[in-house]
Design a protein around this ligand. Structure first.
Ligand SMILES: C[S@@+](CC[C@H](N)C(=O)[O-])C[C@H]1O[C@@H](n2cnc3c(N)ncnc32)[C@H](O)[C@@H]1O
Length: 272
């Protein structure tokens, strides 16, 4: 664990495995507990590609951050479902391109809050903020003073929902909460997401889902059509909605990847 002083007063639920900590463990982080490692190992046993898949998710986030900052001039980001800090974090990626960029992070997991200090390492010219809130209550995010103080909501924002929509099980609720956030973004804003699907490896992924449920996490699969639905009102950047490792792969990516090892679509859209 990082700094134990950080976690005082928070209910970190050490007795059960936790999605953010399992993700941290599988990505090689140190902010996880035996219960998380046990669940992570059990998940890898049923789907050995899980580590490659998670690395590809993280790599997608890096490429999108760089693309939006360097090629679309985005200087403000709202990253919901941030996860336990894992370097490089989004602000480190975009501030390398644009040191004056502002980034607001949001997560509902107390363990992420406990480590939020690692997200507050902005450049002097830029700014970062952290909001502890649940995406299922978008008004808590949109009404937060940290958001208003850090982002100018009259200017384009890059909204990132990376590796988190599968935690919202109900399809209508997932579409609705995304809609409520994108509705307040000015045109010219961008929306990037990865959306879990079982379309490329149905059998092992059925077992993975069982495994997630067994340790109390949800893992909601969506079809390509459903994934597209999240982007209604957005013009998709090339190459459109594709398996996330196929979205503008670059030389710093993690190498050759088998399609059956990736269970998420990824896309980036511009609000018209
Ligand atoms: C798999 S991690 C992804 C982290 C990071 N976005 C990435 O792609 O590397 C998913 C994160 O979403 C957060 N999350 C899940 N449901 C959420 C919700 N309803 N509101 C806010 N955050 C949520 C979890 O706590 C976790 O930290």
């Amino acid at each position: 664990m990082g700094n134990p002083d950080d976690v005082q007063g928070l209910d970190l639920r050490f007795d059960r495995a936790h999605g953010a900590r399992i993700y941290d463990y599988i990505l090689g982080g140190k902010d996880n507990y035996p219960v998380d490692r046990k669940a992570g190992d059990a998940s890898i046993e049923v789907w050995p590609a899980l580590r490659v898949h998670m690395q590809a998710n993280r790599a997608f986030m890096h490429r999108v951050g760089r693309f939006l900052a360097a090629e679309r001039g985005i200087r403000q980001f709202l990253d919901i479902g941030t996860g336990i800090p894992t370097q490089p974090n989004l602000h480190e990626i975009v501030q390398e391109v644009a040191p004056d960029a502002h980034i607001v992070y949001v997560d509902n997991d107390p363990i992420v809050l406990a480590h939020a200090r690692a997200l507050m390492t902005s450049t002097p010219e830029g700014r970062t903020a952290y909001i502890s809130a649940d995406m299922r209550e978008p008004e808590a995010i949109l009404g937060a003073k940290e958001l208003r103080e850090t982002l100018d909501m009259s200017r384009p924002v890059g909204l990132m929902l990376i590796g988190m929509l599968h935690f919202i099980e109900d399809d209508d609720e997932a579409f609705e909460v995304v809609r409520r956030v994108v509705d307040v973004l000015p045109s010219g804003s961008f929306f990037a997401a990865t959306i879990a699907t079982d379309e490329f490896a149905p059998e092992p992924l059925a077992k993975l889902r069982e495994q997630y449920y067994a340790h109390g996490e949800t893992l909601t699969w969506r079809t390509k059509d459903q994934a597209h639905q999240f982007f209604e009102g957005f013009e998709l950047e090339e190459p459109g909605l594709v398996q996330m490792h196929k979205w503008r792969p670059d030389s710093v990516d993690i190498g050759e990847i088998d399609d059956a090892d990736i269970c998420m679509y990824g896309a980036v859209g511009r609000k018209t």
